[in-house]
Design a protein around this ligand. Structure first.
Ligand code: ATP
Length: 256
């Protein structure tokens, strides 16, 4: 998308992130870097701490210790919506769309989050409205959703909703995109489209981080893999190396 060009690339970094729930250390002091131009995957068995780390990065969960940096800026204390404005977008494992809004309006919400100042009047407001409209159309096009633009989102099947959610995240022109199991509920054709869109975004300098259970998709997409188990990072590095690491295959029975 055009809008991935107009903000400098940024890396997303977790340093020594800790998050406890009661007596459980869901994330026990982990480091991770998602680099611009790269697709980074976070894998591990159920309960490993992936979602908790992901939420700490997105800003929906506050770490008990450690730091989160976006493009060198410490965002640990910023809520999720402030991080969105700095260029950090995410999708959810449980699809979150506004069912009564049209597909296009759902995507527009993402385009408007870019500024957080929807409704301005005068020339600046008009330019902004044009920009939002362009971003919306471009994001719909990217996922082949133009034909469904006017349809209510709530009437769409899961696979389409996944794409709507992705289009919404991208319409804000993020520098870093966090994806929580993006292929869940997609058919083969939609997955192929997703793979090609995500590759294209990385090629244009976006940093992508995905939490993913599907080992084949990780092998196909990711440049770098971080593997967690029981709140710890057990391996990190190039995809082929990490996926072949016995510590990872032992912990993550799904690999191979
Ligand atoms: P999954 O693949 O099943 O989504 P995960 O790797 O994402 O697993 P988390 O959901 O981060 O793992 O969970 C890590 C640990 O933290 C688990 O033991 C989980 O029960 C616990 N946990 C996560 N969120 C909470 C919460 N809100 N309250 C209490 N415990 C939690």
């Amino acid at each position: 998308m055009n809008n991935s060009h107009d903000r400098p690339a940024a890396r997303l970094t977790a340093r020594g992130v800790v998050r406890r729930y009661g007596g459980i250390e869901a994330v026990g002091g982990v480091d991770l870097v998602a680099r611009p131009g790269r697709i980074t995957a976070l894998v591990g068995p159920n309960g490993a701490g992936k979602s908790t780390l992901f939420d700490c990065l997105a800003g929906t969960v506050r770490p008990d210790a450690g730091r989160v940096l976006l493009g060198g800026r410490d965002v640990t204390g910023l809520p999720a919506h402030r991080r969105v404005r700095l260029g950090l977008a995410r999708t959810f494992q449980q699809i979150a769309v506004f069912p009564t809004l049209s597909v296009a309006d759902n995507v527009r919400v993402g385009a408007e989050q870019r500024t957080g100042r929807a409704g301005r009047t005068g020339p600046a407001g008009r330019a902004e409205a044009r920009d939002v409209a362009e971003r919306t159309v471009e994001a719909l096009r990217l996922f082949g959703l133009q034909g469904l633009a006017a349809e209510p989102a709530g009437a769409q099947p899961t696979g389409v909703l996944r794409l709507v959610e992705l289009a919404r995240a991208l319409a804000g022109g993020p520098r870093v995109l966090l994806l929580d199991e993006p292929a869940a509920g997609l058919d083969a054709a939609q997955t192929a489209r997703l793979v090609s869109v995500l590759r294209g975004l990385a090629e244009r300098g976006m940093a992508l981080l995905l939490v993913e259970h599907d080992a084949e998709l990780v092998a196909e997409l990711a440049d770098t893999v971080y593997a967690m188990a029981a709140g710890r990072m057990v391996a990190a590095g190039p995809t082929a190396t990490v996926l072949a690491d016995p510590r990872v295959t032992r912990a993550w029975g799904a690999v191979g």
